[in-house]
Design a protein around this ligand. Sequence first.
Ligand SMILES: O=P(O)(O)OP(=O)(O)OP(=O)(O)OC[C@H]1O[C@@H](n2cnc3c(O)ncnc32)[C@H](O)[C@@H]1O
Ligand SMILES: [Mg+2]
Length: 213
Amino acid sequence: MSPRKLEPGKLVVASHNKGKIREINELLQPYGFDVVSAGELDLPEPEETGLTFEANASLKAQAAAKASGFPSLADDSGFCVAKLDGDPGIYSARWAGPDKDFAMAMRTVEEKLQSAGATTDADRRGSFVAVLCLAWPDGHEEYFRGEVEGLVVWPPRGTQGFGYDPVFQPDGHERTFGEMTSEEKHGWGKDTPALSHRSRAFEKFAAGCLEGH
Ligand SMILES: O=P(O)(O)OP(=O)(O)OP(=O)(O)OC[C@H]1O[C@@H](n2cnc3c(O)ncnc32)[C@H](O)[C@@H]1O
Ligand SMILES: [Mg+2]
C-alpha cells in the first residue's frame, strides 16, 4: 500500500533537540508547512522505552499527534559503531548524560574502541541511522529510514552540526560532518545525492508523503 499523503497545513516536529529541529526545518523548507516544534507547544518529552529506532520514533510521533491534534513528525536516530556491536545506537543521546555532554560521549566511544583493540580503519566503521515516523491524530503512521556509512575518527574535527558529528567522516569525503555546512551534510548542491542519514530518510518521506507539494 502506498503511504498516506500529508496535506498542507500545520506539522509538529516531535523533537526537543535543537540541532535536529534546525535540520528538519531546513529539509522541510521547500514544502511550505506551518512547522512548530514539540518544545514550542510545551509538549512533554516522552520516555524512549523502545528497543528499536522505529519504536522510539513512533512513541514520540504518536505522543505529539495525540497531544496536539496535528500530524507529527519524529526522528529517532543514533550513531552505530560496528566494533561496539552497534553501540551507542538507540542509546546515543543517553551516552551524553543529563548534561548532554557530547565531548564525553565521543570520548567514551573512542575509549571503548581502544579497549576493543581497534587498530585499523576496518575496525573503525560507523554509521548514522535516522528513522522518521509521521503520525496522524487518528493513529495512522508511516516510517522512513536513512543510513550513512563512514569512519569513526579521532580526535574530533569541526564545530558545525551537533552530537557525534565531529567524529564521523562519511565514505567518499575527506571531512567530518562537524566540518561541513548543513547544506553539505544534507547533500544539497549541484548534482549531489542526499548524504546524511536524516536527508536520506527525508528523501523517502518526501517521495512517499509529499508528492505533489
Ligand atoms: O528525542 P529527541 O527529542 O528528538 O532528541 P534526542 O537528542 O534525544 O534524539 P534521539 O533520542 O533520536 O537521540 C539521537 C542522538 O544521536 C545523535 N545524533 C543523531 N543524529 C545526529 C546527527 O545528524 N549528527 C550527530 N549526532 C546525531 C545525537 O547525539 C542525538 O542526541
Ligand atoms: Mg531522544
